[in-house]
Design a protein around this ligand. Structure first.
Ligand SMILES: Nc1ncnc2c1ncn2[C@@H]1O[C@H](COP(=O)(O)OP(=O)(O)OP(=O)(O)O)[C@@H](O)[C@H]1O
Ligand SMILES: [Mg+2]
Length: 320
């Protein structure tokens, strides 16, 4: 299970990927995240060598199929050596170009076809998908002008403008196909405006991915340790509030368990399995008289196995 956050930056040459990647790195670091910056197809010794082979101006006889397979080979290495290990450690991975680049450059821009490219890349990555892809939407002529004025053009950039136009259309197509994952950023704005727009998109996506439920479980002290072990084994975020006592009744331990929306059932299953000894639960409180009337509190307890459990919908929350 990957716990980190994977962002890819995509767009035609000169659309601002490198520029914005630096800002994104700072954005995450200032908020306490560990960040790994990497690029396609490089990042490891083997894949950097493959990149040199692909971009070498002397390799004019390289076929489109070999180029596509070389990109996928570099990527397989990159995913295994860099991306997946970092995500497993909970890091933010910012990757300059990924599978989408292959789809639009080797698939759409030429004649191999996007489906074959998707297939070989699924094999290469083991189906890994970014949480978010930022597509810098800039007409290719504009990007090429920027790159030409900064004076570093490689073999791909010397190809005809029609090719770049096809690539650009390829990105538009991908955005239509994967609207949840791919977000467009208007690349013709100033660097500062782009930076702010990107931060907004990233914050929304973080909320979506890290949307949480808080499960409060009151269990018998005897069940506490085995419950804690199993929850942490499954990477739920657990705070054990009291080792003896806890609220409601002495002899209870109270847990605060933070988990993703879709993992609440798993948490409930673990509680059912591990908690057996808590027989007595508090009954719902009696009506309360206040100055403006009498209130009948709703029964608030739900029993799961030998525990009392409350599930609270946490306002989409993370550290920003
Ligand atoms: N919003 C912007 N407005 C004007 N110029 C920009 C903007 N963003 C970047 N640039 C300039 O355009 C050039 C290309 O930007 P950058 O290197 O970030 O693009 P890139 O997408 O990484 O390009 P490549 O695909 O070649 O790696 C740089 O000289 C950069 O300073
Ligand atoms: Mg760049």
């Amino acid at each position: 299970m990957e716990q980190g956050f994977f962002i890819t930056l995509e767009g035609t040459d000169g659309s601002g990927k490198s520029t914005q990647m630096k800002y994104l790195k700072t954005f995450f670091e200032q908020r306490g995240f560990d960040v790994v910056l990497t690029r396609e197809p490089g990042g490891t010794k083997i894949s950097e060598k493959i990149r040199e082979l692909i971009l070498d101006n002397e390799n004019t006889e390289m076929t489109e199929k070999s180029e596509a397979l070389l990109y996928a080979a570099a990527r397989a290495q990159h995913v295994a050596e860099v991306i997946v290990p970092a995500l497993r450690e909970g890091k933010v991975v910012l990757c300059d170009r990924f599978v989408d680049s292959s789809i639009v450059y080797q698939g759409g821009g030429r004649d191999i076809g996007t489906q074959s490219i998707e297939n070989i890349n699924d094999f290469a990555t083991g189906g890994l998908r970014p949480n978010l892809t930022l597509w810098f939407d800039l007409p290719p002529e504009e990007g090429l002008k920027r790159v030409a004025s900064s004076g570093n053009a490689d073999r791909l950039e010397k190809e005809k403008i029609q090719f770049h136009q096809k690539v650009y259309e390829g990105y538009r197509e991908l955005k239509r196909k994967y609207p949840q994952r791919i977000k467009a950023v208007d690349g013709s704005q100033s660097i500062e405006k782009m930076r702010r727009e990107i931060e907004g998109i990233v914050i929304e996506k973080l909320k979506e991915v890290y949307g949480m439920k808080l499960v409060i479980a009151i269990v018998n002290d005897e069940d506490a340790n085995k419950l804690l072990d199993r929850l942490t084994e499954n990477r739920h975020r657990v705070t054990k509030l009291a080792t003896t006592g806890g609220f409601l009744k002495a002899g209870n331990t109270t847990f605060l368990i933070g988990t993703e929306d879709d993992k609440v059932d798993q948490v409930m299953g673990i509680i059912k399995e591990k908690c057996e000894t808590r027989k007595q639960v508090a009954t719902s409180p009696a009506p309360v008289s206040g100055t403006t009337g009498v209130y009948v509190p709703h029964p608030i307890e739900v029993n799961v196995g030998g525990a009392t459990v409350f599930v609270v919908d946490v306002e989409k929350h993370f550290k920003i």
